[in-house]
Design a binder for this molecule. Sequence first.
Ligand code: C2E
Ligand code: CA
Ligand code: CA
Ligand code: CA
Length: 268
Amino acid sequence: AKNRGRDRWDTVDTGLRKAASERLDLESQLRTAISDGELELHFQPIVGLTGRRVIGREALVRWRHPQKGLMPPITFLPIAEESGLIVELGAWVLRAAVRAAAASLDPGYVAVNVSPNQMIRPGFSAQVETVLAESGLPAGQLVLELTESVMLSAAPAARLEIDRLHRLGVRIVVDDFGTGFSALSYLRDLPVSGIKVDRSFTAGLGDDPQCDRIVEALIGLGHGLGIDVIVEGVETERQSDLLVGIGVQHAQGYLFGKPSPQYELQNA
Ligand code: C2E
Ligand code: CA
Ligand code: CA
Ligand code: CA
């Protein structure tokens, strides 16, 4: 029995080793993926709920891995964050997204996800300014999505960057709103133009009264502050109807369009 136990631990050990070495492989592959042109952006429409006109598009990064195929961000963003590659990756995403928007005649905005590690680097707003100037995209057509954690932790340096971006005319929205609920003072202190209600809340709409109340409260808060409210993850007509009923104007989700490699995807 003792021997069997040891065998089992050997197996666990081998498994861990394998996982660690795969992670290292992926990290070194990601290092070259950017320069090798293996990253791509998909764009998902953000619509007005009544009329379903596209008002903007969120850029979502994917990695076209030569062996593994199209990889979703969950498989490589954590590695990018831990290794610091997120800074370079984020800069690539920003430039590619802004270029795509500038190349289109559509006046809608492009929304770009920004990692905390990008934000805290001095010079982020200068980078944004350069990318806008290079492409000719008006600052008003760029939205940056920052998570609640960034807003909460917002070190003085990050606050300065946020203020500079705001002065450039770039809008800031709070992503995954409601998931990190612990303090809301940043809504008062920082120039936030909108909140995106996380899709974990949308999923229970109409089935779970608690969920309905929370969504109503989040939306009421946003509207009370006079900022834009976008609800993520709308998949059904029923959810859409319920949201219209509580006064939501803007939404995103598979019901209106899935992320697509084409910037201008026809409405779903
Ligand atoms: P997120 O910012 O909350 O983006 C929305 C995610 O929900 C996307 O997943 C999108 O494809 C998915 N989604 C949209 N509508 C629906 C729906 O109706 N139902 C369901 N089930 N899902 C929906 P994706 O593309 O896998 O991205 C996951 C996360 O990765 C994003 O969550 C964002 O946090 C992060 N991410 C994506 N691209 C970037 C990037 O360029 N930079 C950074 N820093 N993060 C990114
Ligand atoms: Ca344009
Ligand atoms: Ca987002
Ligand atoms: Ca989300």
